[in-house]
Design a protein around this ligand. Structure first.
Ligand SMILES: CSCCC(=O)/C(O)=C/O
Ligand SMILES: [Fe+2]
Ligand code: NI
Length: 255
């Protein structure tokens, strides 16, 4: 059975960029292509939704997101020569690597465009946002924007309170928003690693239980069961799991 696709992936896709200096509006895929999942983006603090762009005025889901996240301000930014004053200059400025001291929240209601963000190792990730895609770039995250080859986007801009659009071009590492962003990324990484370790420990414990059951080693089985029931710190869980595994393996191997 094929796993159902995340509906967001139909309107938001991300990938690592190549290093070529060709037209910024081209996709700039690596060869072979290297896609980035929406979960990987969320580890960088980039949030995403798929919404009903044909009915944004009455969309209850959008209303709830705005209420939950306090997005009281809303306007639209249409990027094309006819609608955007100082089009050429704006296009150039959008593509300068910069950060903001607040979230950048963009909901694509028509057209499409690329939001590029830096990953933990400073590599560029290109996020293609199409009609119905909404993303939040966290405050302090270096990024840039460009149209794609279709040359048009209409984006809803949301903000908490009175909007501040000021871009701080790189380097701007002395801003508190940058420190906060780095701390939050580190926290997310530690949480992800702890989860990984915890899952590994649980697998070890299950392995130990199976070995203990095969060998009718009820004491090991009981210890494993108790450990599984306790919410232990991850390092202790790890230590216990390895010990349980060793004891169970020794028990199986003993004559
Ligand atoms: C599609 S909205 C225009 C881009 C923009 O507002 C911005 O701040 C890019 O970083
Ligand atoms: Fe920006
Ligand atoms: Ni400055």
């Amino acid at each position: 059975m094929v796993a159902p696709q995340d509906p967001r992936e139909e309107v938001i896709q991300a990938w690592y960029m190549d290093d070529s200096d060709e037209d910024q509006r081209l996709p700039h895929h690596k060869d072979p292509k290297e896609f980035v999942s929406l979960d990987q983006l969320s580890e960088l603090g980039v949030l995403s939704w798929r919404l009903d762009a044909d009915n944004y005025e009455t969309d209850e889901e959008l209303k709830k997101i705005r209420e939950d996240r306090g997005y009281s301000y809303m306007d639209f930014c249409e990027v094309c020569p006819e609608k955007l004053p100082n089009y050429e200059e704006k296009i150039k400025n959008f593509f300068e690597e910069h950060l903001h001291t607040d979230e950048e929240i963009r909901y694509c209601v028509a057209g499409s465009g690329y939001f590029d963000v830096r990953d933990r190792n400073e590599k560029w990730i290109r996020i293609w946002v199409k009609k119905g895609g909404m993303i939040v770039l966290p405050a302090g995250c270096y990024h840039r924007f460009t149209l794609d080859t279709d040359n048009y986007i209409k984006a809803m801009r949301l903000f908490v309170g009175d909007p501040v659009w000021t871009p701080f071009n790189r380097p701007h590492d002395h801003l508190p928003a940058r420190d906060m962003f780095k701390i939050s990324c580190r926290r997310k990484l530690v949480t992800a690693l702890s989860m990984l370790l915890r899952n590994l420990c649980n697998s070890l414990l299950i392995g130990s239980i199976v070995l203990a059951l095969i060998n009718k080693e009820t004491s090991v089985y009981m210890v494993c069961l108790c450990l599984r029931l306790l919410e232990l710190p991850v390092w202790f869980n790890c230590l216990c799991s390895i010990s349980a595994c060793l004891v169970a393996a020794t028990a199986v191997n003993s004559p």
